[in-house]
Design a binder for this molecule. Sequence first.
Ligand SMILES: [Zn+2]
Length: 76
Amino acid sequence: MKYLFWLLVIALAWWVFTRPRKADTHASEQSAAPAQDMARCAHCGVHLPQDEAVRGEKGLYCSTEHRSAALDRNPA
Ligand SMILES: [Zn+2]
């Protein structure tokens, strides 16, 4: 009977320990996508994280090459 009691305690502890973990990973997966602001290259249209985007006079670009290319194409 003592063995059955500890088995029940361990099973309950395992259930309590594993249940919130699944909810946490699911919640973080959902919030991970909108947390990072995405930018769109004004030259080629590729999407990239705003941290990696190059800021130009007419918008954000994926690289300095595309920033200068866009300026060459449409001189201000
Ligand atoms: Zn680009």
